[in-house]
Ligand binder design. Structure first.
Ligand code: PHE
Ligand code: ZN
Length: 869
């Protein structure tokens, strides 16, 4: 394997030997050649040893000059290699100046300074700044920044960097310059610049603290008309953070920029967030309702990082979840407060259970705070982000909103301007709550999804109801033995009248109102004075990210779906019912199916229920969620069981589905308000069911032909493609031509083609890869074609002859040479190969082994080694 053996360990953390208290950069920008002049004010740090050399990170930089305290440095005083610049003989505070040449247009990794459609863009998290200049590229080195950008005015009329604009002017030869100052102590991974032909829209407001701020959104001229929603969303995020967390904005400007070539979703650079265009651009003709909500949520996420990530940053990359888990929790709450809390929770749990649980059960499982890495880019995972957010949510549940808020205030106050750790975060919450959070901290250290097994017993003579709750976390790679976690288990007991019963609890766990705090492997809890055996409901709101095993009967689940006060759990009861039917785990399968069908029928009849919630209930567990429930993944059996049940239910409820579909038409014709969006969601869900039934394909065709917004157009097209309707090809072609010049919408039809649940999708994808639509340097395009194929198309990806695996694998070496992070994500689609049943396991294994030696990046080499370990 061509991978270096570098392993970075949390246990080896040492504070920096040097600090860079102030950084001045001057860029002479151009697409092919850019010159970066850096002036670093250095002072000795905590672990400074007199006489020890200074080692700065730097990659793919050509050194032009180097000087210390104004004197050119003789070659004997420094050494350069492909990864670093080492300077000898520095004593005490000094100023190091370097000039380097770099080549943005050749940078296909999209880390450091790169070109995208004539724009110059930076991306520095996690370790990209070292591709711009030599620096101590670690988050605990925080600097004040002054940045000068110089460029040709015609080609780069807009020049943006972090912080506040302080000066601009004209230079010779048609060039101009701009100077930006960021006074806040900021690590280099938050550095950013953007230069090019951009248009902007802006809005001025005054923060709760009285600071005048200009919010601005920048995009290519052809896209600027689709930025209004994003600008509104920034304002909503800013106000929400003031109100819910008491956090105010701290610069005179807040800029966000939309770019088409971007590896991730977006980046929280101080005062200059850079976004994948898909999370900014939105109008009704090109964006679905889900896209709008995603734009708002990602804008919120990046904005909220200004406190959780920027003002309080990370000591080291092992603490990644400290900013990401916390900020995901904050963006989830933002969406929940602005829209439907129940629907938001359902969607987050769907992602968690469908994808993060699989990660936690597969070859790539790792703790929310890993203890070692070879490549930090491989830890921007669902575990760090989503499970990281679940941990914060549990803390919120344990402490309650008021104490949690006090803990957050304490955390921000104590760590402002510092590089913090998970321990600092927990210490703040421990201090305000008086609680010992030592056991709770295990959530950060222990990988794997805990399993709760609950048995109960009712003693009619004594009126005593007993719960016995066991927790168990299965072994994960490198962690054979697990310890008991502190798990907040919400619960309710329902009486025969469907009302919650209040009964005093007694036992070996702390029980407060509706919350049991599990701390041991086994707990026993009694409730006395119950005249009848209650119906228990557990884990309301999915307060704990655990698997829960309690032997509900279909009748009990059908009842819970109606009486449970917690909306999430009503949805959950239906999911359980459907899962049990599909996996054939109920003793009486007919009764189970009938219970499910009845419950869905009642929901469809309930015109008073939130249509968005009804739509969530109609979306029965997907393939990933089912696969997560079984020890061995029998792809064909899971897919067949799912289709069989959906077909039967569609038959059962054809009339109801049709009635709702038509009845919601008027409401669905509205704009972007909640009721209209909810109506469109349910309507399109109904259409998805109806399109299974032969004559109803015409309905999808009609919706496609008459749609006025993308939600309805794409919803209809999805049905036509999904069920191979006669008009499928014509509709796809019409859609393709209509949006031929829009890369983001083009990605949507490519996704439909690549995710079409037919084995022939392998050939369709192969054809796309040979077409002009395939632009492997654009991450969105790679994801639309190959990401959708590998992650959203189990039928074709897991094709029995292994052609799906082979197709993906064949692309990986080439993609790895272009953009290792994108290639590594695709490689991660094999994370569950060890659980595949039948010949697929060997096929996948052989495919992975065949890649050995062909993937040269550290990203892919690390992942492949872990997949094959
Ligand atoms: N920090 C970004 C976020 O908000 C994600 C990201 C990571 C972007 C690495 C680019 C590179 O979640
Ligand atoms: Zn983030």
């Amino acid at each position: 394997m061509t991978e270096d053996a570098r392993i970075v360990r949390l246990a080896d953390y040492r504070p920096p030997a040097w600090r860079i208290v102030r950084t001045e950069l001057a860029f002479d920008l151009d697409l092919d050649d850019t010159v970066v002049a850096a002036r670093l004010e250095l002072t000795p740090g905590e672990s400074y040893a007199p006489g020890a050399p200074l080692r700065l990170d730097g990659e793919e930089l050509a050194l032009l000059d180097i000087a210390v305290d104004g004197q050119p440095l003789p070659p004997a005083r420094y050494a350069l290699d492909g990864e670093s610049l080492t300077v000898h003989g520095l004593v005490g505070p000094c100023v190091l100046e370097t000039r380097a040449r770099i080549h943005p247009a050749r940078n296909t990794r999209l880390e450091g300074l790169y070109a995208s459609r004539g724009l110059l863009i930076t991306q520095c998290e996690a370790e990209g700044f070292r591709r711009i200049t030599w620096f101590l590229d670690r988050p605990d080195v925080m600097s004040a920044w002054r940045v000068t950008l110089r460029a040709d005015r015609a080609r780069f009329p807009v020049l943006l960097a972090n912080g506040n604009p302080v000066e601009r002017g004209t230079l010779d030869d048609g060039r101009h310059y701009a100077v930006w100052e960021n006074p806040h102590a900021t690590p280099c991974y938050l550095f950013a610049l953007v230069a090019g032909r951009l248009e902007g829209i802006h809005r001025d407001l005054v923060t709760a603290e009285g600071r005048a701020v200009r919010l601005a959104v920048w995009a290519a001229p052809e896209d600027i008309g689709r930025c209004g929603f994003a600008l509104d969303a920034i304002e909503r995020a800013l106000r929400w953070d003031e109100q819910r967390f008491g956090r105010t904005y701290d610069l005179d400007v807040f800029n966000i920029v939309a770019v088409q070539d971007f590896t991730m979703g977006a980046m929280e650079n101080k005062g200059l967030n850079i976004f994948n265009a898909r999370y900014i651009l939105a109008d009704p003709d090109t964006a679905t309702d889900a896209d709008y909500l995603a734009v708002e949520s990602v804008i919120g996420h990046e904005y909220f990082h200004n406190w959780s990530g920027n003002r309080v940053t990370l000591r080291d990359w092992f603490q990644l979840a400290l900013k990401e888990g916390l900020t995901v929790f904050r963006d989830q709450e933002f969406t929940a407060d602005l829209h439907s809390r129940a629907v938001k929770r359902i969607e987050d749990v769907r992602l968690l259970r469908g994808r993060q649980f699989a990660e936690d059960a597969g070859a790539l499982a790792h703790p929310v705070r890993p203890v070692q890495y070879r490549e930090i880019n491989n830890f921007y995972t669902l575990t760090v982000y989503e499970k990281g957010a679940e941990i914060v949510r549990m803390l919120h549940t344990l402490l309650g909103e008021e104490t949690f808020r006090a803990g957050m205030d304490r955390y921000f106050a104590d760590n402002d301007g510092r590089a913090a750790t998970v321990e600092d975060f927990l210490a703040a919450h421990a201090a305000v709550s008086g609680r010992d959070l030592a056991q709770f901290a295990r959530w950060y250290a222990q990988a794997g999804t805990p399993q709760l097994r609950i048995d109960d017993e009712y003693d009619a003579m004594r009126g005593r109801y007993t719960l016995r709750i066991r927790q168990h976390t299965p072994p994960t790679p490198g962690q054979p033995d697990k310890q008991a976690l502190l798990i907040p288990l919400r619960f309710a007991l329902y009486g025969p009248d469907g009302e919650p019963v209040a009964a005093a609890a007694e036992g070996d766990a702390v029980v407060r109102d509706d919350l049991i705090e599990l701390t041991a492997d086994v707990h026993e809890i009694h409730f006395d004075g119950l005249p009848a055996k209650p119906l228990p409901a557990f884990n309301q709101g999915f307060a704990a990210p655990v698997r829960l095993d309690y032997a509900y009967t279909p009748a009990q689940l059908g009842r819970l779906a109606r009486i449970e006060r917690d909306a999430f759990n009503r949805w959950e009861a239906l999911q359980r019912l459907a899962t049990g039917v599909m996996l054939r785990t109920f003793a009486d399968p007919r009764a189970a199916q009938a219970a499910l069908s009845d419950a869905l029928g009642d929901l469809l009849d309930d015109d008073a229920a939130d249509p968005a919630f009804v739509a969530e209930c109609l979306a029965l567990p997907d393939f990933d969620t089912l696969a997560d429930q079984v020890p061995q993944i029998d792809v064909d059996a899971l897919l067949a069981a799912r289709e069989e049940l959906l077909d039967l239910l569609a038959e059962d409820h054809a009339d109801r589905l049709e009635r709702r579909y038509h009845a919601l038409a008027d409401l669905a014709a509205g704009g972007l308000d909640g009721p209209a969006m909810a109506a469109r969601t349910l309507r399109n869900a109904c259409l998805g069911w109806l399109a299974r039934l032969d004559p109803h394909e015409a309905l999808a065709q009609r919706q496609f032909d008459t749609a006025t917004v993308m939600t309805d157009r794409l919803g209809a097209l999805r049905c036509l493609v999904r069920f191979d309707a006669p008009g499928k090809d014509a509709a796809l072609a019409a859609f393709r031509e209509r949006y031929r010049h829009d890369p983001l919408v083009t990605d949507k039809w490519l996704t439909l083609v690549a995710a079409r649940p037919q084995p022939e999708a392998v050939e369709d994808v192969r054809a796309l890869l040979a077409s002009d639509w395939w632009t492997p340097t654009n991450p969105n395009r790679v994801r639309a074609i190959l990401g959708s194929f590998a992650r959203m198309n189990p039928v074709a990806f897991h094709r029995a002859d292994g052609a799906g695996y082979a197709l993906l694998a064949a692309q990986l070496p080439g993609l790895d040479a272009i953009n290792p992070q994108v290639a590594a994500r695709l490689l991660g689609s094999f994370e569950s190969w060890q659980r595949l049943a039948g010949p697929r396991r060997a096929l996948a294994h052989d495919t992975l082994r065949g890649l050995d030696g062909k993937l040269t990046s550290r990203d892919c080499a690390d992942l492949l080694a872990r997949l094959l370990a």
